[in-house]
Design a protein around this ligand. Structure first.
Ligand SMILES: [Fe+2]
Ligand SMILES: [Fe+2]
Length: 188
C-alpha cells in the first residue's frame, strides 16, 4: 500500500528517543480510537462501518492502555499530545463531501495504519528489550489487519475500480508528506 519505505535513519532516531516515542505512540493509539468513533458518528446509517469501526475503537483503546502500562513500567507519564502534522497533512487531501469524502477518510485511515504497521515492525526488529520487542511485534500485526479493514470498507462502499486508483493517489501524497516531515522519535 505504501509508496515509499521509511527513511533508514528513522529507526536509530526512534531508539535513541525511546521514552518520547512511547509517549507519542500512546497518543497515536488514543487518536486511532477517536478517529474510529468519529467515523461511526459521521456515518451512523452504514451498518458494517458502525460495527467494524466500533470494534476497532475498542481494540485501539486497548492498545492505548497497553502502551500506558509500558509507560508506567518505565515510570514515564503521559505528557500533552503534541499534535500530529502527519495526519493533519493527510486529511487535507480528503475530498469535502458525499461518497468521495467517505472513501477518502477510509483510505487515509488505511494508509495511517499501513505506515504504523511498517514502523512498529521496524521497532520490533530494533528494540533490544525482548519483552518490548515482542509487544511491538504483536501491535504491528494488529495494525496490518486494520489497514486491510479500512481498505475493505472503502471497497465495500466505493466499488473496487475507483478505490484502487484513489488509494494510489493518496498513497503518493502520503509518501511526499512522510518525506517532508523532520526525523523525530515519533511513530509518524
Ligand atoms: Fe493500534
Ligand atoms: Fe490500528
Amino acid at each position: 500500500m505504501l509508496k515509499s519505505p521509511t527513511d533508514p535513519r528513522w529507526l536509530p532516531c526512534a531508539l535513541e528517543g525511546l521514552d518520547g516515542l512511547l509517549v507519542d505512540h500512546a497518543h497515536c493509539e488514543k487518536k486511532a480510537a477517536a478517529t474510529a468513533l468519529s467515523l461511526v458518528g459521521a456515518y451512523p446509517e452504514r451498518e458494517r462501518l458502525v460495527r467494524q469501526l466500533s470494534a476497532l475503537a475498542i481494540e485501539e483503546l486497548r492498545h492505548f492502555r497497553a502502551v500506558l502500562d509500558q509507560l508506567q513500567a518505565r515510570r514515564l507519564g503521559l505528557s500533552r499530545d503534541r499534535g500530529d502534522p502527519y495526519a493533519k497533512q493527510l486529511m487535507q487531501h480528503v475530498r469535502s463531501s458525499g461518497e468521495a469524502r467517505l472513501m477518502d477518510r477510509l483510505l487515509v485511515g488505511g494508509l495511517i495504519e499501513a505506515r504504523s504497521h511498517e514502523r512498529l515492525t521496524l521497532l520490533a526488529g530494533g528494540i533490544e528489550d525482548p519483552a518490548l520487542a515482542a509487544f511491538y511485534a504483536s501491535l504491528a500485526r494488529a495494525e496490518k489487519g486494520h489497514a486491510r479493514l479500512f481498505v475493505e470498507l472503502a471497497e465495500g462502499y466505493g466499488g473496487e475500480g475507483p478505490v484502487g486508483e484513489r488509494l494510489d493517489e493518496l498513497a503518493r501524497h502520503e509518501a511526499e508528506i512522510v518525506a517532508g516531515l523532520p526525523l523525530e522519535p515519533r511513530i509518524h
